[in-house]
Design a protein around this ligand. Structure first.
Ligand code: 5RP
Length: 231
């Protein structure tokens, strides 16, 4: 199967999971990226079961609304039984690198409210040690260079993300992103706490403190279900 077919496979598997485990009338948390898009497209078939969704990006909001799925502001919502999102890397404990699409901050906020985080990914995203994928950090623009120096001090190589026009990539929150290359992240929880404490950091794209509870991994032999709550 191609990577796109694997993404569609896990997108449908996540919709099946949500339909089986989430009560009717609930609001669903929805992530960002090409795999999350597959989930949105699959969920559309059963949209009548749900009150709507909370979205993690402007792009996902547009896709949900195009399917006629109502999008709520997180502030209007008391509970989210589930959050479904992709990842750039996921390790054997359910810790992830996210933010390849630039939506890491809103993704982390929505995930923090959800009871269950379901990660959907194709098999290429499973790793033993996080860090081969450059670690995104959303930063307040005036702190870009200062944070770059701190990144260098911990052995990383900071690269400011640029848009197609060559200008700095700007997030939905009006900030910039530094992608950190060259890290081998043996303690994701500690690194997440360390980087989040740097002044000017909005969010680091390490999801270890709030990792995945479940991963639906698309492989050539089907969907592998990895339950991190039993590990
Ligand atoms: C966006 C993300 C995505 O979940 C991550 O980049 C994976 O994207 P894709 O499903 O397109 O491979 O964190 O900020």
């Amino acid at each position: 199967m191609t990577q796109d077919e694997l993404k569609q496979l896990v997108g449908r598997a996540a919709a099946d999971y949500v339909n089986a485990h989430v009560p009717e009338g609930a609001v669903i948390g929805v992530g960002t990226g090409s795999t999350a898009n597959c989930f949105v497209d699959a969920l559309a078939a059963s949209k009548g079961r749900y009150r709507g969704a909370v979205s993690s990006s402007v792009a996902t909001t547009a896709r949900l609304q195009a399917h006629g799925i109502r999008v709520f502001d997180l502030n209007e919502i008391d509970a989210l039984p589930v959050y479904v999102d992709g990842a750039d890397e996921i390790d054997h404990r359910g810790a992830m690198i996210k933010g390849g699409g630039g939506a890491l901050t809103r993704e982390k906020i929505v995930a923090s409210v959800a009871d269950v985080f379901v990660c959907i990914a194709d098999a290429s995203k499973r790793v033993d040690v996080l860090g081969a994928f450059a670690l995104p950090i959303e930063v307040v623009p005036m702190a870009r260079t200062a944070i770059g120096r701190r990144v260098t001090a911990i052995g990383g190589v900071p690269v400011v993300r640029v848009a197609k026009d060559g200008a700095p990539f700007i997030t939905d929150n009006g900030n910039e992103i530094i992608d950190v290359k060259g890290l081998r992240i043996s303690d994701p929880l500690a690194l997440e706490a360390q980087i989040n404490a740097w002044p000017g950091v909005v969010t680091v794209g390490l999801f270890a403190d709030r990792g995945a509870n479940l991963c639906l991994l698309g492989t050539d032999t089907g969907v592998e279900r990895i339950d991190f709550t039993t590990r």
